[in-house]
Structures are given as C-alpha cells and as structure tokens.
Write a protein that binds this ligand. Structure first.
Ligand SMILES: [Ca+2]
Ligand SMILES: [Ca+2]
Length: 180
C-alpha cells in the first residue's frame, strides 16, 4: 500500500508541475496577424511582453480547455484587449474596465483562440485584418502582462495519463500481491 501511495503522490506531483509552469514571455516580437501570432508554448496563467514604437500590436495563439474565461491586463500604458477565434472571428473586445486596464470575461468553448493587445487609440475597424495597420500606429513604449483566471494552453492529457498510470500501477501491484 505504501508503494501505491508513493506512486500516487509522485504522479500528482508530476501533474501539478506541468500545470504550474511560469509566465510565457514574448520571444522577440509577437506578430499581429493570424499567420504571425506567437504560439504560447506551455500552460500558463500569464503572458508578458512589450510594445515598442511600430511594434504596436502583439497577438498570441493559445488553446483553451473550455469554461469560464477571464483575461485581465496590467500595463504602464493604456491597453486594449481583443479575443478572436483561430480563424479571426471577433469573440470579445475591451478597452477600459478598471481605470484604463482591459478585461475580457465570458464562458468560452474549448478550442484555439487568438488574443491581441495594443494601445488606445489604435482603430482596428472591428476585424482582425485591421491590425495590418499596426506598423503605422506609433504608440508609447511599454510593458504588459495578461493574466488569466486559469491556465491557457493547458494540456489535459498529462493529468489523465497520470491518473491512468496510477490505476494501471495499482492493478499491477494488486495482481502481484495475489500471486505472491
Ligand atoms: Ca511586442
Ligand atoms: Ca484601455
């Protein structure tokens, strides 16, 4: 039984390590179109990046597990926040929620999405293709973080596999005990 408990604890430790990876930091400069959006490459509750001059829009691609979704900006400039489907259909937009900071909250179906952040008063014309004007808009230089209520890009498989592994191990030990 001790062995099984130890295996359970080890398995849970692996699962929680995978779920609590640190912030995703923008590498170089995230793009501003469906094709150039930067992939968030690990499960995280925070994206951090910067906007500099002609780099006036950053767009990120991520997977959402489904359910209640919130995204809140924190920045030293006046941000605007956008959520699109992976094919560029607008899901949500917010400029100012608390003070000048942006907030998006909704029940979001599982799938791949694009999140973009830029600066007031960039006019994107209500469409993802409106970001093509990004280089022409010169905002202030600044740093931002986008914080999520739950890990984006969370991969559910490791948790299921971990539990499955524990079940298989438990069965194997039980069988060995019977034979021994
Ligand atoms: Ca950037
Ligand atoms: Ca704002």
């Amino acid at each position: 039984m001790k062995t099984i408990i130890a295996a359970c604890v080890a398995s849970l430790a692996l699962v929680s390590t995978a779920a609590s990876a640190g912030p995703f930091i923008e590498k170089g400069d995230a793009g501003y179109s469906i094709l150039t959006a930067m992939d968030v490459t690990h499960a995280t509750t925070t994206i951090r990046g910067s906007l500099r001059g002609a780099d006036s829009v950053d767009m990120y691609a991520f997977n959402w597990k489904g359910g209640a979704f919130t995204a809140q900006t924190s920045s030293n400039f006046d941000p605007m926040l956008f959520l699109f489907t992976s094919t560029g259909n607008k899901v949500a937009f917010n400029d100012d929620h608390i003070s000048l900071q942006s907030y998006i909250g909704l029940d979001l179906a599982a799938g791949k999405y694009l999140m973009a952040i830029n600066q007031y008063s960039f006019n994107y014309g209500g469409s993802v293709t409106g970001f093509a004007n990004a280089p022409a808009f010169r905002g202030n230089n600044g740093n931002y973080s986008i914080n999520f209520n739950s890990a984006i890009n969370a991969v559910p498989e490791p948790a299921s596999l971990g539990l499955l592994g524990v079940a298989v191990l438990g069965l194997a030990l039980a069988r060995r005990r019977k034979h021994g």
